[in-house]
Design a protein. Structure first.
Length: 128
């Protein structure tokens, strides 16, 4: 049986994923264009960044860190505590896509992730 190459592997594994998630949350904390996304997060973003890193690891086919620590993601349910509408989604996607442009060298990988991440973000929509 051959090992299957995953998006996690193609991304660059743990190091690139950590740079991506770290940069995303740095942008969320500092960039005024991220204000709507920042507002629905706790004051300290470290826990959110860590959970997102763990989730993305498994979502991309790498180690299922989030599931091992927290159980099934149930993302919409976990995000009901935050009011997420268009401005929050736009700001979150700005952070993700900017961080991805800065940290993921392979343009094909960025292109492959763009639409699934957008669908994921819009799936969290829970307010008009």
């Amino acid at each position: 049986m051959q090992d299957q190459t995953t998006l996690y592997d193609l991304l660059g594994g743990v190091d690139v994923l950590r740079r991506l998630t770290r940069r995303m949350y740095e942008l969320m904390a500092t960039d005024p264009r991220a204000a709507a996304a920042r507002a629905v997060h706790p004051p300290d973003l470290a826990g959110s960044e860590q959970k997102f890193f763990e989730f993305m690891s498994g979502w991309l086919g790498g180690p299922p860190l989030f599931v091992e620590k927290h159980g099934p993601p149930m993302l919409r349910r976990r995000h009901f505590v935050a009011q997420i509408g268009g401005p929050e989604i736009t700001a979150w996607l700005y952070c993700f896509e900017t961080a991805m442009e800065e940290t993921v060298q392979d343009h094909r990988m960025r292109a492959a992730l763009r639409e699934p991440i957008r669908r994921l973000a819009h799936h969290m929509h829970n307010k008009d």
